[in-house]
Design a binder for this molecule. Structure first.
Ligand SMILES: CC(C)(COP(=O)(O)OP(=O)(O)OC[C@H]1O[C@@H](n2cnc3c(N)ncnc32)[C@H](O)[C@@H]1OP(=O)(O)O)[C@@H](O)C(=O)NCCC(=O)NCCS
Length: 151
């Protein structure tokens, strides 16, 4: 599958907020559409949009210096109908190359999201810490990092 990427424009922010607010982990974490919309439009963050042959497939919200001065993937989501075809992998790859000169990329994954964690591990992310009861009581956020090759 071929994908194109752009920084959010037009109604991309609303589309991304609606996508995230309607799925786990954000449903389980109690993150509303309004919360997501605020995050997606926050001036410190960059919202990337992934477009496939059938239209918008996913989005990633990045902070350029989110953890220890390195870029951080705050959120990543692929539309349910576009999953399992490499869209998430392609989006993460684009995000890893987005900030020129970055040597590491950080992200967090919830303890109740083992499939996403497995994907990140396959793509080279390593666990660096567990934040207990961080995004919600009774669950952890696992902080992961990837060393970006050759830079
Ligand atoms: C995680 C996610 C971005 C991956 O996108 P994708 O296009 O499905 O990913 P790819 O096709 O490149 O890779 C497939 C892998 O993604 C993971 N995955 C697939 N569906 C998933 C889901 N509903 N939730 C979490 N991870 C999922 C699995 O590891 C899968 O590999 P498998 O089929 O061998 O188990 C996407 O599934 C998604 O948006 N999930 C819901 C939101 C989410 O969990 N976001 C991550 C928050 S940290």
């Amino acid at each position: 599958m071929k994908y194109w990427f752009r920084v959010a424009e037009g109604d991309d922010r609303e589309w991304s907020a609606r996508l995230m607010a309607g799925m786990d982990p954000w449903l389980r974490l109690g993150r509303s559409y309004e919360d997501r919309l605020e995050k997606c439009g926050h001036p410190e963050y960059t919202l990337l949009i992934e477009v496939g042959e059938k239209g918008r497939a996913g989005c990633a919200l990045l902070h350029p210096r989110g953890v220890a001065g390195s870029p951080y993937v705050a959120s990543i989501a692929v539309a349910p109908e576009a999953r399992g075809e490499g869209a998430g992998t392609a989006l993460l790859d684009y995000a890893e190359n987005y900030f020129e000169g970055a040597r590491h990329m950080f992200l967090c994954v919830s303890s109740f999201n083992p499939r996403a964690r497995a994907l990140y591990e396959r793509l080279g992310y390593e666990l660096v810490g567990e934040l207990k009861d961080y995004a919600m009581e009774g669950a952890s956020e696992f902080l992961m990092v990837k060393r970006l090759g050759g830079r």
